[in-house]
Design a protein around this ligand. Structure first.
Ligand code: ATP
Ligand code: MG
Length: 791
């Protein structure tokens, strides 16, 4: 007689039950989005453990993202009273890292080996090219990094690469030099993690046998996105190849995947791995899951209709027993800023209706879209968290620029000093910097102050750097933020540096974005007031989670907006300092502490496997989504469509899709046509929040100018009246009243006499930059500071 069914297995449909309880052996589960693939994997692990068929140490599960791994572990520990920590559940990179840490000696790595990210990797290759006189015109370093990663993903070391022409010969040489450099410095890049641990298994019989015995059950999620090397790695772990090319059925590999969600072909993923797996592993069982448990049918209908435009699919059906649910909402905005503001308004509305913030996701096709959304969320005081990709203020070039700006504010900021003292290169070497740091330590002063003790050529170079910063500080007095940043970018040599850099175009665009960010910071946020205030919640109360993350004592009361002004002297942060504070806050983790309920921001790529009650997909415009790089060929377009399929199928209850007529991207306004994907969705599942209109862009007045007008007026963009028919709101008139003008000499009760260098803002927001010979240059809030005009 059969045992009574385990509670684990209730709530599974018959196909899922079959998959969870498959006897040991290799199997493929092929099924569409939201059909419970990941749930089946997780439940199978729990079932194997519960029935004693496996121990926690005997299971290896590969997920696609760290977030997915965390979720799997969390779900497991909810199902079973076992210690799931230490289980081998993670991403390919995470698991390989673990293998290499455990066997670093065998693979010739120091125990402390460091991992290079893509940017570090590129700079390492550049350094090499310089040293060895590689012609960067003919061999752009970025392409070299792709070449190297490509070789590694095919499992090839330099000596394995077939050399057919001098061109390849040269690339292979660089590959070899790069390898030597990494080895010397004890660093590995992402592809190296994978290849090195593959070789570890391949070349060490004892190690391989150990892990083959240990991992009797291997489970792979998102199998459609594995590349050749990952597949080979799995084969090493799974068991030894028998005569005739078949794997001995020693372990059990369960692969789950969805060909419609294959979105990493551009990075070497091979849907073909599914067929190879069937053949080489001698898979007997293939299970299809056809019921979608995630989404209401309006959402699912959209996904199904869209993906049906792709050719050559393996063919799966998806149905749901849930009702139609709400229609999919479609929004058209005049500008990307208006789109972001609309999203934030909707999000606030959802939160008021008790949707947890972590159940709201904003998805975008490319990372560059996130800044405007982030800043609107930040302004509204809505906690958010960005997954994957670098947040704007964390990008290297932005960090460099901010470091210069910080030195203008505070020459003793050693971190900023070290970051840019030799960037762009000024012939200041590591040894010089060590000496400087020693001197500063000895004298107990900042690096800036220790420079005067340095002699010789090194001393001259360092002094020149300090002089550069000092001159820049003098020269930017009285300037507005835009002027300061512009001068800094030139004087520091950053612009020139990136302009000469073949791969610098992106970074120059990001530096433009920094100017945009500063501009909108000043005009929209009224610098120095709310801008430096702590983030507020929907009711306008300061968020209680933030103080600790800002290094403040959480027991102390929070400053209210406006209290950053010294009430005694009227001294306030300079626009620059306020902006830097803003950048630091935005870059820090303060908006979303671990565990804090926060809106989730990520690229569509990063959203794979996840689900949310409410999902926003922005920027559905031709050239952006589908992306212009992928539009020229059918294969590229199909991959974009799969991406959109992934995006749509993340939503459980409510889906918003939107596009904007214009978008400020890379410092340029683009006039966009609505994405073709709209035409591939079933009309009856949609609800147009803004009237569906046909051609546009040709006769529209400049909406950017309109929104600038609004921004200057210090008002949010009013969504209800956001139509082209409305004339721009005239800028608020400056209310003079304080009687100051640039050049006047004034007297302050504490700082004495000083000269007015600049005035910004109006009315209550007005502030002046004043140079006091005895106290330096200060920004004073004119509503608070007691000033009398001397002349
Ligand atoms: P994706 O392709 O997006 O990765 P998936 O196939 O992995 O999706 P899951 O994330 O495992 O799908 O499941 C989707 C949702 O449906 C989850 O919330 C899961 O808990 C739920 N679900 C799956 N199977 C069932 C079931 N039999 N009964 C109730 N809910 C289920
Ligand atoms: Mg999944």
């Amino acid at each position: 007689a059969a045992d009574p069914p385990s509670p684990l297995l209730q709530h599974l449909n018959p196909e899922q039950l079959a998959a969870v309880t498959l006897p040991a052996g290799h199997a493929l589960i092929l099924a569409g989005a939201g059909s419970g693939k990941t749930r089946v994997l997780t439940t199978r692990i729990a079932w194997l453990l519960q029935t004693g068929q496996a121990s926690p140490g005997g299971i290896l599960a590969v997920t696609f993202t760290n977030k997915a791994a965390k979720e799997m572990v969390a779900r497991l520990s909810a199902m079973l009273p076992i210690n799931v920590r230490g289980m081998w559940i993670g991403t390919f990179h995470g698991l390989c890292n673990r293998l290499l840490r455990a066997h670093h000696k065998l693979v010739g790595l120091p125990s402390t080996f460091q991992i290079l990210d893509t940017q570090d990797q590129l700079s390492a290759v550049k350094r090499l090219c310089k040293q060895h006189g590689v012609d960067e015109e003919r061999f752009p370093p970025k392409q070299l990094t792709w070449f190297i990663a490509g070789c590694k993903e095919e499992g090839m070391r330099p000596q394995d690469v077939p050399v057919r022409d001098p061109e390849t010969q040269k690339k292979v040489e660089v590959y070899q030099l790069y390898e030597q450099q990494c080895q010397r410095e004890g660093v590995v890049d992402f592809a190296e993690l994978m290849l090195r641990s593959y070789e570890l298994l391949r070349d060490n019989d004892a190690v391989r046998a150990h892990y083959q015995r240990r991992f009797s059950h291997i489970l792979v999620d998102e199998f459609q996105d594995t590349n050749r090397l990952q597949y080979a790695w799995l084969k090493q772990l799974a068991g030894d190849v028998e005569e005739g090319g078949r794997l001995a059925p020693r372990g059990s590999v369960i692969a789950v995947g969805d060909d419609d969600q294959s979105i990493y072909a551009f990075r070497g993923a091979r849907v073909g791995n599914m067929q190879d797996f069937m053949r080489e592993f001698g898979v007997q069982r293939t299970i299809k899951l056809e019921e979608n448990y995630r989404s209401f049918s309006n959402i699912l209908d959209c996904a199904n209709a869209l993906i049906s435009h792709n050719q050559g699919r393996l063919g799966k059906n998806l149905r749901t027993q849930q009702g139609p649910g709400e229609p999919v909402r479609v929004q058209e905005s005049p500008t990307d800023l208006a789109e972001a503001q609309w999203m934030v308004e909707e999000i606030k509305h959802l939160v008021r209706e008790d949707v947890p913030r972590r159940e709201i996701a904003v998805l975008y096709r490319s990372n560059a879209q996130s800044r405007v959304i982030e800043s609107q969320l930040f302004n509204a005081g809505v906690p958010y968290r960005v997954y994957g990709g670098l947040r704007f203020f964390e990008r290297a070039e932005i960090k460099h620029a901010l470091a210069y700006l910080r030195l203008l504010e505070n020459p003793h900021d050693d971190t900023s000093f070290l970051r840019v003292v030799n960037f762009p290169p000024r012939g200041i070497g590591a040894r010089t910097l060590e000496q400087l740091q020693d001197a500063a330590r000895g004298a107990g002063c900042s690096l800036h102050d220790a420079v005067s003790t340095m002699t010789g050529r090194a001393g001259a170079n360092l002094s020149a750097f300090v002089a550069l910063i000092d001159v820049l500080r003098e020269g930017t007095q009285g300037q507005n933020l835009r002027g300061i940043i512009g001068q800094m970018l030139q004087a520091s040599g950053l612009v020139e540096h990136y302009r000469n850099d073949k791969e610098g175009a992106d970074r120059l665009e990001n530096l433009d974005e920094l100017v945009n960010a500063a501009e909108s910071f000043v005009t929209q946020e009224g610098f120095g007031r709310d801008a430096v205030a702590l983030p507020l919640d929907e009711q306008g109360a300061p968020l209680t989670q933030s103080p600790a993350s800002q290094g403040l004592d959480p027991n102390l009361p929070l400053a209210a907006p406006g209290e950053m002004i010294d009430q005694d002297t009227g001294e306030t942060l300079s626009p620059l300092a306020a902006f830097l504070t803003h950048a630091a806050l935005e870059a820090g983790d303060n908006q979303a502490q671990a565990g804090q309920d926060a809106v989730q921001l990520m690229t569509v790529h990063a959203s794979k496997g996840l689900e949310f009650d409410c999902v926003f997909i922005g920027g559905l415009e031709e050239g952006l989504f589908p992306h212009e790089n992928a539009m020229s060929d059918a294969a590229g377009l199909e991959e974009e469509r799969r991406l959109m399929y992934v995006a749509i199928t993340r939503a459980r209850k409510r889906l918003y899709i939107s596009h904007s007529q214009t978008r400020l991207l890379h410092g340029q306004t683009r006039y966009n046509v609505r994405s073709r994907f709209f035409d591939e969705l079933p009309e009856e599942a949609l609800k147009w929040l803004t009237p569906r209109n046909a051609g546009f862009g040709l006769f529209a007045p400049d909406p950017i100018a309109a929104h600038r007008g609004n921004a200057r007026a210090g008002r949010g963009f009013d969504m209800k009246s956001a139509s082209f028919a409305n004339p721009p709101v005239p800028p608020r008139k400056a209310a003079p009243g304080h009687g100051l003008r640039v050049g006047l000499t004034v007297f302050h009760t504490k700082f004495g006499e000083g000269k007015v260098l600049a005035i910004e803002g109006a009315g209550d927001d007005a502030r002046a930059q004043i140079h006091f010979p005895r106290h330096g240059t200060k920004w004073l809030a004119l509503g608070v500071a007691k000033l009398t005009v001397v002349e």
